[in-house]
Design a protein around this ligand. Sequence first.
Ligand SMILES: NC(=O)c1ccc[n+]([C@@H]2O[C@H](COP(=O)([O-])OP(=O)(O)OC[C@H]3O[C@@H](n4cnc5c(N)ncnc54)[C@H](OP(=O)(O)O)[C@@H]3O)[C@@H](O)[C@H]2O)c1
Length: 271
Amino acid sequence: MNYRILGRTGLEVSEIGLGTSHNFMHMASSDPAKCVEIVRECLDCGINFFDTAPIYGESERVLGEALEGSRERIVLATKVWESSASAARASIERSFRRLRTDVIDLLQIHNMAGWREVTPAMQAFQREGRIRHLGVTDRRPENYPELIEAMKTGAYDAIQIPYYLGEVQCREEVLPLAREMDLGVIVMRPFSHLRSGLLGPKGSIARMPELKAHHSGTPGQALLKYLLADERGSSVIPATGRAGRMRENAAASGGGALSPEICARLEALVS
Ligand SMILES: NC(=O)c1ccc[n+]([C@@H]2O[C@H](COP(=O)([O-])OP(=O)(O)OC[C@H]3O[C@@H](n4cnc5c(N)ncnc54)[C@H](OP(=O)(O)O)[C@@H]3O)[C@@H](O)[C@H]2O)c1
């Protein structure tokens, strides 16, 4: 596993991290033991960056349980989605309890909800040393002008945005500013094209002859490698509900980068 610096936080994070919404979140209630198994698999593979949120069902609680004993070697990110400072404070206190930690490495405003109101409450935790760094997330490209406004306040050290093969808005509108401000960049939703026929054993990536000559891995690994080729990203955080998947995803780090020509060919598949 290769590691990158999460922008001006200075934290060292694995290039591949674990996201815990959707599949993982449903399993956190129905099959928590499987979630613990997935987290342990991540740790075995050198993954040290974990992202969760209070609205991901029991994810925070299961992650807290699974990471017990490993807290010192991991970078833990969660979120807050509230519209007032008092509700944000209560949510953050719940996150500490559920994650079984005294310190959260990165607290992000989830989809920028109430960012003007809740940021001062988050900064108060930061002054107490209970939160190390603040971030913002947004999954809606139409909201990027407001995201950029928030980034420019200087209050946040990291952003989390959707970036995947074929995505252009984040790449062209947000990442240049993130680089200029030395912000950490967490890449969410790397497999947003699952339904587009790109992935899978018979998908268009698997049938690309020139890729086969340069890449012996899976189509999913090729997509992750494509994202890792952009050095402005700090950690790409796929989610899964399947044991073994994070071993596959972790192996996308290292083992040779995709050439610019292959990246261009992949882009041609979705243009
Ligand atoms: N606003 C926000 O802050 C926000 C919004 C969305 C997401 N996020 C964060 O980003 C993380 C990732 O986003 P996401 O869960 O929406 O989407 P994602 O990671 O792009 O997609 C998850 C899906 O990808 C599949 N998958 C994983 N590895 C694969 C591989 N190697 N090959 C083929 N399929 C693979 C999983 O299926 P299997 O279960 O079969 O592996 C799962 O169905 C979230 O968990 C969350 O932490 C944040």
